[in-house]
Design a binder for this molecule. Structure first.
Ligand SMILES: [Zn+2]
Length: 421
């Protein structure tokens, strides 16, 4: 089968900024948009690719001149009037009915809710709402302008810089200055109450869920304090949790944001571990983003380990007990997955999460607490707002430990069989 992941992205150029103007009509689910993309190419390109799923493209300009373009699958191939090299600008005008893409990972991308919109793009859903260089290593800044019905709140991953009410529609402008991968950009449209919380946190929730959500997310500021102590300062300005008024299979992280379903809120903190997990992604996944998808354990193993750290901190089962519990669970599952490269269909396999966390626990046992926590913190600080690989993490851990850890990482990450205790 053709790899969906590998068909996305073009390594011939790097985007520096996306400026997206979106006009969205909720009832007909109609998006009319213009994307202005500032990019740079190291070598001359007579053509280049953007990822865009669906939509009718009305026109493409490169450096102000009309460019030829063609569509094939999710690829928009642009042929500029003359080859581009160094800095160049692309403008794409497009319109249509956005819809999610389906695949191994369920429906991802721009998704209509019962009453609003949710965007959750990991790993390759970003082209469902804007033309982009859709690979995680291509981080850029963003300006996103959304005009839609004034009856709805619009939340975009970034800082709100203006909001203009124009009668029946309102125009919201957001800026995301920190380098951000395409899959971590998100738009949320709904009838949300906006609740302020300590530690620069906010909750956007349907009115009916306000009391339960206040309770369920009530310890999230303390989680931020713990994670800041362990991993270094929170990497963004705000942290916004959106609770959609629909059910979601899993919560999902975006830049400075996490999206939960109404099924994750019950007023009993049943899903507290997921609250910790999504917050931890702001360090591991969002600030430090994997350079390519095979390194996914650097996101999910770390976020899972953060769940365990929070559990111990708040008086729940300690890390050692959770590690033993999940090791027993893994022993009951097939040992046929290499965590360092689980393959496209198993990117979000439970074993990647739990064995990834157990890899960190094994490292901790090997090097001791002072070195282990120094490794985590300096890792998050050294690669803040950058991209990372498994090789880099191993080298980083070895530098702190002062010795080779190849055997440990090979056993946990490369060989499918669980290392014997
Ligand atoms: Zn996760």
């Amino acid at each position: 089968m053709k790899s969906a992941l590998n068909s996305h992205g073009d390594d011939g150029y790097q985007v520096t900024q996306y400026d997206l103007e979106l006009d969205y009509k909720i009832v007909p689910n109609r998006l009319s948009a213009r994307a202005r993309i500032a990019a740079a190419a190291a070598r001359p390109l007579s053509k280049f690719g953007l990822d865009l799923s669906g939509f009718k493209v009305a026109g493409v300009h490169v450096d102000g001149r009309a460019a030829r373009f063609s569509r094939s699958g999710n690829k928009l191939t642009v042929k500029p009037a003359k080859p581009v090299v160094g800095r160049f600008k692309v403008e794409v005008r497009y319109a249509g009915n956005p819809k999610p893409v389906d695949g191994h990972w369920g429906d991802i991308g721009w998704d209509e809710l019962t009453d609003g919109v949710l965007v959750a793009s990991q790993p390759i859903g970003a082209p469902t709402w804007f033309p982009c260089n859709d690979r995680p290593a291509d981080k850029a800044s963003y300006r996103v302008t959304v005009t839609t019905s004034s009856a709805y709140a619009v939340l975009v991953t970034g800082d709100l810089v203006s909001r203009r009410v124009g009668g029946s529609t309102t125009t919201w402008v957001y800026e995301r200055r920190e380098p951000t991968s395409t899959y971590l950009m998100s738009v949320q449209i709904g009838r949300y109450e906006d609740l302020a919380m300590p530690e620069s946190q906010r909750l956007a929730v349907p009115r009916s869920l306000v009391p339960a959500a206040r309770y369920d997310f009530g310890r999230q500021p303390e989680m931020a304090v713990l994670f800041s102590r362990l991993f270094g300062p929170y990497p963004f300005g705000e942290y916004v949790v959106v609770v959609a008024d629909d059910e979601l299979e899993d919560p999902i992280e975006a830049q400075g944001m996490a999206i939960f379903g109404r099924n994750h809120v019950d007023g009993r903190r049943t899903y507290q571990r997921l609250v910790a997990h999504e917050l931890a992604h702001q360090w591991f996944g969002n600030s430090l983003t994997i350079a390519d998808w095979p390194h996914i354990w650097l996101n999910e193993g770390f976020a899972t380990y953060a769940e365990w750290l929070w559990s111990e901190e708040c008086g729940g089962p300690p890390v050692a007990a959770l590690a033993a519990q999940w090791r027993a669970r893994l022993e009951s599952l097939p040992e046929d997955l290499a965590i360092a490269d689980p393959g496209e269909a198993h990117l979000f396999d439970e074993r990647v999460y739990k064995r990834g966390a157990l890899t960190l626990h094994a490292l901790r046992g090997e090097v001791g607490d002072p070195v282990f926590f120094a490794v985590l913190r300096s890792w998050a600080e050294a690669h803040r707002h950058a991209t990372v690989t498994t090789e880099q993490f191993i080298a980083h851990a070895e530098a702190h430990a002062g010795r080779s850890l190849r055997d440990l990482f090979a056993a946990w990450l490369e060989r499918p069989a669980l290392p014997r205790p």
